[in-house]
Design a protein around this ligand. Structure first.
Ligand SMILES: Cc1cc2nc3c(=O)[nH]c(=O)nc-3n(C[C@H](O)[C@H](O)[C@H](O)COP(=O)(O)O)c2cc1C
Ligand code: SF4
Length: 470
């Protein structure tokens, strides 16, 4: 199987001139001579689905933002979600390193379609190389009159996982902590833009890869986009392969490629002499047992086996890995990153992390195991954002597929294990993933103090100026 190169260029494009010489800019030219409705129609007809995690149809979101914008006197905003915090995912940063111009072009087309006067590239301060590339691309685009009066801003946010959640992203850009809002972003956008008598305009938040697909959809047409992929999952997807594979990497494949082939092509398959036991699609979807390796990577096929594409960051586990350690690692990551606005998410999540750690240490009674199952059932109650549902979905799937293995720790017959490190990817260097191991020291109040204050982030930080605020 050959890798695709629609949005992930094989080599880095180093200037806007080089991008244009290689065919860049045709989507924006086509958009400039089209009506906003026609641009939205093209994106809708392409069937492009959001690559940030939920797979929501991009054209439908643009249509909603355009309609909501018509009800408001404040222009809308386009926010490029380049926060990339999903464990096991490095694809947005790889796209930006190779070709930030594609994303700038996609965002400018989106701005025309939804009537936006501002585009915010929401990256992280710690993504130094990508920030530099995006800033340079924005300056070149402005100098070459690509922006047509639309203001382009590069925002450098914090490392918190929740910063990538789209309403928390807007909160952060507005100068507050990344705590998810109740009201949807496509209804109420950036509050910082509002003057006293103006209602709030909507915001279009799209993932970096979603927007990178837009220039060619608009330039070449939706039928071209659909020449690869399936009816419900057209186009390509940029996958990250990490975990217990021969090596790690990022690559673009046609949607519909079997998961096992993706792992072989990008990660070199399992390590010598080992076999794949399970694959996690980030920490947002049900775990995929080895029997699911033939499943085509599409929204419909992965959903049919109880998982999902998510942000196509596939973390592979082989037969040396104890799934109790994986469950404990996932529970800890999500419980620490929870903001505490919904108490079941934070408190049941922390209890689950503790119970699973003790289970891995073969230090749990059967009655506690039953309590653990009840906590999984309760953790997503009254959840404001998807994080709590992730905790429930991932843990329930591990219990379903690997319950016997977990229960082995109750009898003490199985060797104790420490939680697996499940955390954001800092980079992939020399074919090896570098995970953010600071996670082990991160307290559930988001500090790195020696002890936990006992207070949840939302109580500790609401009303306080974030340290990353300009
Ligand atoms: C806890 C959490 C973290 C998220 N992190 C990211 C992220 O880092 N990058 C991203 O694009 N989307 C992230 N999302 C998804 C966004 O909320 C949103 O669905 C996405 O930006 C929409 O873009 P799309 O429709 O183009 O996929 C996250 C969601 C949740 C619940
Ligand atoms: S579900 Fe969890 S992370 Fe999301 S808002 Fe509620 S407490 Fe915060």
């Amino acid at each position: 199987m050959a890798l695709a190169h629609r949005v992930l260029y094989p080599t880095a494009i180093l200037s806007l001139d080089e991008y244009v010489a290689r065919g860049g800019g045709q989507g924006l030219s086509a958009a400039r001579s089209a009506k906003p409705d026609a641009i939205i129609e093209a994106v809708t007809a392409s069937g492009l689905r959001g690559r940030g995690g939920a797979g929501f149809p991009v054209g439908r979101k643009w249509q909603t933002v355009a309609e909501n914008r018509a009800l408001s006197s404040t222009p809308s905003t386009v926010v490029v979600n380049a926060a990339e915090g999903e464990p096991g995912t490095l694809k947005d940063r790889t796209i930006l390193r190779r070709n930030p111009y594609l994303v700038v072009e996609g965002a400018l087309i989106a701005a025309r379609a939804v009537g936006a006067d501002l585009v915010v590239f929401a990256t992280k301060r710690s993504f130094e190389g990508e920030v530099e590339r995006v800033r340079a691309a924005v300056e070149e685009a402005e100098a070459d009159d690509w922006s047509d009066g639309v203001e382009l801003v590069v925002y450098e946010g914090p490392d918190e996982y929740l910063y990538g959640e789209e309403s928390a992203l807007l909160e952060t850009i507005d100068g507050r902590w990344p705590f998810p809002r109740v009201v949807t972003t496509f209804r109420r956008g950036l509050l910082g833009k509002v003057t006293d008598d103006d209602p709030v305009g909507p915001a279009l938040v799209n993932n970096t890869e979603s927007l990178a697909n837009v220039p060619r959809i608009v330039g070449r047409g939706p039928a071209w986009f659909r020449t690869v992929g399936t009816e419900k999952s057209p186009g390509t997807v940029v996958c990250t392969i990490t975990g217990y594979t021969d090596h790690h990497g990022v690559g673009e494949v046609p949607m519909g490629t079997p998961l096992g082939e993706v792992i072989d092509e990008i990660g070199g398959g399992p390590r010598e002499g080992r076999r794949i036991k399970a694959v996690m699609s980030g920490v947002a979807n049900g775990i995929i047992p080895a029997s699911g390796l033939d499943t085509p990577v599409t929204y419909e096929d992965l959903a049919a086996i109880g998982s999902g594409v998510g942000s196509a960051g596939f973390i592979v586990f082989d037969d040396t890995v104890d799934m109790a350690a994986v469950a404990a690692g996932v529970a800890r990551f999500l419980a620490v990153e929870s903001c505490g606005q919904c108490l079941p998410c934070k408190l049941d999540g922390m209890a689950l992390a503790d119970l699973l750690m003790r289970l891995g240490h073969s230090n749990l009674q059967r009655t506690d195991y039953d309590v653990m199952n009840r906590r999984v059932a309760d953790v997503a109650d009254r959840a404001r954002c998807y994080l709590a549902i992730q905790q429930q979905v991932v843990l329930a799937s591990i219990l379903k597929h690997f319950g016997d293995e977990l229960e082995g720790h109750l009898s003490g017959d199985v060797d104790p294990v420490a939680p697996e490190l499940i955390s954001e990817l800092i980079d992939i260097r020399g074919g090896r993933a570098v995970l953010d191991s600071r996670h082990w020291d991160k307290q559930p109040d988001w500090s790195y103090n020696k002890t936990y204050s006992g207070t949840v982030p939302v109580e500790l930080y609401t009303g306080k100026r974030p340290p990353w605020s300009p």
